[in-house]
Design a protein around this ligand. Structure first.
Ligand code: IMP
Ligand code: MG
Length: 187
């Protein structure tokens, strides 16, 4: 059986709450802030979140990868760079989950070194604290998960499956085996 972690309704409430906090933080910015979604997992959260931000913002996307199947490889690659010039602007980085913290560390240092933004704030839908490897400062955490669980849905995938599901849950073995079968059969 699936274990529900966040329903669509809970996700919507988180988006509204975080958008308010972001609005308060960016309301006096001189240059328009840029909200950056981390592909692919952060996109579902990004698109729902920005609907509730009332201040003017720009949006952009960046893609990295470090996960394979159910675990992080620890080695991070940049797959897609930004398209806007974000120098001197305030950045809000939006990701689905912060787990080990390695992606966070990579993204913050890559963006600040290459683009020299004014500052970088970070929000994630789920702050998965159990397997944190490095200290991270999450400015706007959504939901805090203390137990080490593998999650799917709402951007979170198992071998690219499940991103389209509207809520976040812990899959059971049967579901995981089902995806492995699909892949093994080349479907
Ligand atoms: P970190 O680098 O270990 O902090 O992992 C961050 C990224 O790994 C997240 O942005 C997700 O894309 C992915 N990730 C972390 N935990 C999970 C999970 O439980 N299910 C699916 N993907 C995850
Ligand atoms: Mg991600």
């Amino acid at each position: 059986m699936q274990e529900l972690i966040l329903s669509n309704r809970q996700i919507e409430d988180i988006c509204k709450k975080i958008a308010k906090e972001i609005d308060l933080t960016i309301q006096d910015e001189k240059k328009t802030p840029v909200v950056i979604g981390v592909l692919k997992g952060g996109v579902n959260y990004m698109l729902d979140l920005i609907k509730y931000i009332e201040s003017p913002i720009l949006t952009d996307y960046i893609q990295i990868s470090s996960w394979e199947g159910m675990q992080s490889t620890g080695i991070i690659h940049l797959k897609k760079d930004l398209t806007l010039d974000i120098e001197d602007r305030t950045i809000i980085l939006v990701d689905d989950v912060i787990d080990s913290g390695y992606s966070y560390q990579y993204l913050k240092s890559f963006i600040s070194q290459k683009y020299k933004p004014k500052n970088i704030y970070v929000t994630c839908l789920i702050d998965k604290q159990a397997e944190r490897k490095i200290e991270v400062k999450i400015d706007f955490p959504g939901y805090i998960l203390k137990e080490p669980k593998f999650l799917m849905g709402y951007g979170l995938d198992y071998k690219e499956y499940g991103r389209n599901i509207g809520y976040v849950y812990v899959p059971d073995k049967e579901e995981i085996d089902g995806y492995d079968d699909i892949i093994a059969n080349g479907k």
